[in-house]
Design a binder for this molecule. Structure first.
Ligand code: SIN
Ligand code: FE2
Length: 217
């Protein structure tokens, strides 16, 4: 692959790129609202700080996480689950900012899933070396709604596999402003993120922020 001089310049959104039945990349879809999203991330994480969760197996995750919306995804030694309260504070998660819900609704519709009303948004922060191993999003109480995943900051390599863990994942470079949507026949596709490479993003420095919208209940 040859890399041209302008390959990293975010291009305006054009059309969905279908990567599997029910799964699409919307490149640049969030570019017009990126600053609003990032300011909302700052407000949410001021109230519910990013933290490194421990897995049921006892590993500390390299990705730091927080949530907003009625429900938040949490992990500890007792398992993975959705909880209405932030275990750090005992208080409800911050409300989902309007700009989050609006973007998630529009992105889902663009990928063919109408009326997406997420009740949970997981905020993931990656620093160089942080990764997310292949997994399925299967802690939600319904599989009827898609997953909408928004990338901000440093680029990452997104791994998108199949329904079986052994299916070799395809690799997609996700840049600032890109949105991935998977639902329907791809709802339980395995996915993950390769270790984040060092870099410098104009707005976020050496970090990547990912927003993952779900219907948890
Ligand atoms: C996730 O699977 O929760 C996050 C995916 C990503 O960071 O792109
Ligand atoms: Fe996931």
């Amino acid at each position: 692959m040859t890399l041209g001089l302008f390959d990293d310049a975010p291009a305006p959104y054009a059309a969905p790129k279908v990567i599997a039945p029910g799964a699409a990349l919307l490149r640049g879809f969030a570019l017009g609202v990126d600053e609003a999203l990032l300011q909302a991330v700052e407000a949410v994480t001021a109230a519910a700080p990013l933290r490194h969760l421990v897995t049921p197996g006892g590993y500390t995750m390299s990705v730091a996480m927080s949530n907003c919306g009625a429900l938040g995804w949490v992990s500890d030694r007792s398992g993975y689950r959705y909880d209405a309260k932030d275990p750090l504070s005992g208080k409800p998660w911050p409300a989902m900012p309007a700009c989050f819900a609006e973007l998630a609704l529009r992105a889902a519709a663009e990928a063919g899933f109408d009326n997406f009303r997420p009740d949970a948004c997981l905020i993931n922060r990656y620093e160089p070396g942080a990764r997310l191993s292949l997994h399925q999003d299967k802690d939600e109480g319904t599989m009827d709604a898609p997953i909408v995943s928004v990338s901000l900051g440093l680029p990452a390599v997104f791994l998108f596999g199949g329904l079986n863990r052994g299916d070799k994942p395809a690799r997609y470079r996700l840049q600032h402003g890109d949105v991935a949507v998977w639902g329907g026949p791809s709802r339980l596709a395995h996915h993950g993120v390769a270790p984040l490479a060092q870099g410098e993003h104009a707005r976020l420095g050496g970090r990547r922020i990912n927003l993952t919208f779900r219907r948890a209940r």
